[in-house]
Design a protein. Structure first.
Length: 88
């Protein structure tokens, strides 16, 4: 499993709820899982710490396998004919 660490630009602070939020992607051999993550925090929390906590939350949720997530399965590629032509 490969976790893409949340970039600072992907972290949002929702002042209405007082929560940091991000959509975190985890790549596996089967495809990509995306988890909407959030945690309660003061606006003064450094963005790097917020990004780390959101990434760790996604990892924990993935390991639990019982939470809201999106999954995009890798497409199977068709065999290539090798002639470079699109005509049948």
């Amino acid at each position: 499993m490969q976790i893409k660490t949340v970039a600072a630009l992907d972290v949002r602070y929702n002042a209405g709820s007082g929560m940091f939020e991000a959509l975190v992607s985890l790549q596996t051999d089967d495809g990509i899982f995306r988890y909407p993550c959030m945690f309660d925090g003061n606006i003064n929390v450094p963005i790097s710490i917020a990004a780390h906590r959101l990434t760790q939350q996604a990892k924990s949720r993935h390991e639990a396998r019982s939470d809201l997530r999106a999954f995009r399965k890798y497409a199977k590629t068709a065999p290539h004919s090798g002639n470079g032509s699109l005509a049948a």
